[in-house]
Design a protein around this ligand. Structure first.
Ligand SMILES: Nc1nc2c(c(=O)[nH]1)N[C@H]1C(S)=C(S)[C@@H](COP(=O)(O)O)O[C@H]1N2
Ligand SMILES: [Mo]
Length: 558
């Protein structure tokens, strides 16, 4: 066996797997089942230990998803290459490995979160992957002379064990390219060697042309399936989303005061554009839910179950509000906070119509992929602007941010309140369920902690000596920001100038003027909310209920 042939064999394994995956992905795109790659990736997300996930969110940010998909593809490729190479001597092991790959896809689809509700449809892409990849591997092996059907000449003999190897290097080779031990005493199948047909001596039984044609065909099938599955629209398209006309809200957002933005270059825009709004979720492919088929079921501990479709929401009284969202995974000074102008239906009104029963203290909401979020009922009924949002910054929700409908609740971290692609809303008790993230070590309840961030100067910025300005944002949603202070090195806390307040559910910008003297200086910021709570300097990691500590930045004055 030359290394050249082993490389070809490995390639055969790779292309067999590619054909299986390609057609599996195509099936997912056409029939709507769980994509093998996304299904396995999603299971990895859901099964990943907390620290691994925290690390990914912190170090990879929103690139974590392409990296995960890429990782799954690389792992599959390596496994398939190995399977192909192993097939040179152990065809059945190669087939087994390929079947295993398919089983993995089926298992992930059967047990994981999925957009497909029908169980058969769900696993269909995995089944196709298994069948096509295994058939592909068999074709590759056959081009190398292996046959499942071939029995050893004497019917009483068991099938030639493909793993048998001739250590002396002098043995007769079977068609499968398997060298057989001439020594009857040590072989697994003693007689096999001596009874091999003469044509088995043809070097390797390797039909080069057949092999190349087979692998080329498999590669083509894989590539075609993969490409077509990517270009198929898969759900509703961007034109449909853009085409939705949002009604004028019955209650408009308050006009922003003229001075809400800090007067400093480089500070975050007061309203975060949709394109740069942070995105945090567990989905590898963004759902493209068709609003015409969308329905929200409000049920559980209510007197009357309510079902709302998208048109029902458009026809209800809509409110428009500026609300700042924050992710619990945001590190001190981190980017996972954004402020948008939302349009939506007040959740409290729908709950009133449904009639909440005594004893309920929570809502379990579920997104189209089956992810669950638990929200305290009180936060939905205490008068704050908790909404089923359909609009974000003047357009229908972007797909990334939950189209067609998501929840937005001022004051609570996103993972306990901001269900995107919502389809189910169950009034219940915290004692009776556990939500996705609480199963993974995050707190059941999580109000947003009073925080502040320095946007400018950036860390290690070079600043000229003399009058200098620092600026940033502070947030304490639903309590409001009362004061922001900045400390230069170990000096006293000095009050920053607050920009105008737009509302207590909205972040607040600040500027701080100081006299920069030569040398390195550390600027530290802290906020005080309207309950009088001063932002703590005690450092805490995001897990289990939000980071704490003070953001600082080092500037070099020269
Ligand atoms: N369906 C669904 N909704 C979700 C999530 C998710 O993973 N799936 N992530 C939540 C988290 S952790 C946050 S911080 C917010 C983020 O919303 P955004 O991506 O629109 O900024 O969405 C929340 N809603
Ligand atoms: Mo989050």
């Amino acid at each position: 066996m030359t290394s050249h042939q082993r490389i070809l064999a490995a390639l055969g394994g790779l292309l067999a797997a590619a054909a299986g995956l390609g057609l599996g992905e195509l099936t997912a795109a056409l029939a709507g089942g769980t994509s093998p790659v996304v299904g396995v990736g999603t299971q990895l997300i859901d099964l990943a230990p907390g620290p691994a996930k925290d690390w990914a969110v912190k170090n990879l940010g929103t690139a974590d998803k392409p990296i995960l998909v890429g990782g799954v593809l690389v792992a599959v490729a390596v496994f398939a290459l190995v399977a192909g190479a192993v097939g040179v001597k152990r065809p059945r092991v190669a087939l087994g490995m390929t079947v295993l790959l398919g089983l993995l896809a089926i298992l992930a689809a059967a047990t994981g979160r999925s957009l497909a509700t029908n169980a058969v449809v769900r696993v269909l892409p995995g089944v196709i992957t298994l069948l096509v990849a295994t058939a592909g591997m068999y074709l590759v092996l056959r081009a190398r002379g292996y046959s499942l059907r071939r029995k050893s000449p004497t019917s009483a003999q068991p099938e030639i064990e493909p793993g048998t190897e001739n250590k002396a290097g002098t043995g007769i080779k079977s068609e499968a390219g398997t060298e057989l031990k001439p020594d009857a005493g040590t072989g697994i199948n003693p007689e096999a060697g001596t009874e091999s047909k003469p044509e088995a001596e043809a070097p390797d039984g390797f039909d080069r042309r057949k092999f190349l044609v087979t692998t080329f065909a498999l590669g083509a099938v894989g590539a075609a399936g993969g490409v077509v599955s990517r270009v198929l629209p898969g759900g509703v398209d961007e034109a449909t989303r853009r085409g939705i006309r949002l009604p004028v809200p019955a209650s408009r957002a308050k006009a922003l005061p003229a001075g809400v933005a800090a007067d400093a270059a480089g500070v975050s825009p007061f309203t975060t554009p949709n394109k740069s709004f942070y995105r945090v979720d567990t989905l590898l492919t963004v759902p493209k839910v068709d609003p015409r088929n969308w329905e929200l079921r409000i049920h559980g501990m209510v007197d009357k179950e309510i079902r709302l479709n998208f048109a029902d929401l458009l026809n209800r009284k809509l409110i428009e509000r500026d609300i700042t969202l924050t992710c619990v995974s945001n590190e001190v000074g981190g980017p996972y906070v954004g402020n948008a102008r939302w349009i939506g239906v007040p959740i409290a009104e729908i709950l009133r119509e449904a009639g909440v029963q005594d004893g309920a203290d929570a809502v379990k909401s579920t997104s189209v992929d089956g992810l669950t979020i638990g929200t305290p009922l009180a936060a939905l009924t205490d008068g704050r602007d908790a909404i089923f949002a359909i609009g974000m910054n003047g357009e229908p929700l972007p797909f990334d941010h939950g189209f067609p409908v998501r929840m937005v609740v001022p004051g609570l971290y996103g993972y306990v309140s901001a269900t995107k692609w919502i389809v189910d809303f169950e009034v219940t008790r915290f004692d009776d369920f556990s939500a996705y993230w609480t199963d993974r070590g995050w707190s059941v309840e999580a109000p947003i902690k009073t925080s502040s961030r320095i946007d400018v100067p950036k860390g290690f910025a070079r600043v000229k000596p003399g009058p200098a300005v620092a600026a940033g944002v502070a947030w304490a949603q639903h309590r409001g920001i009362e004061k922001v202070e900045v400390q230069v090195d170990d000096g006293p806390w000095q009050e920053a100038k607050l920009a105008d307040e737009a509302g207590i559910d909205i972040w607040r910008q600040w500027t701080f003027r100081w006299d920069a003297t030569s040398g390195n200086h550390t600027l530290t910021v802290r906020a005080t909310d309207k309950t009088g709570q001063v932002q703590t300097s005690d450092r805490a990691a995001p897990r289990p209920n939000g980071s704490s500590g003070l953001h600082n930045t080092v500037v070099m004055v020269e």
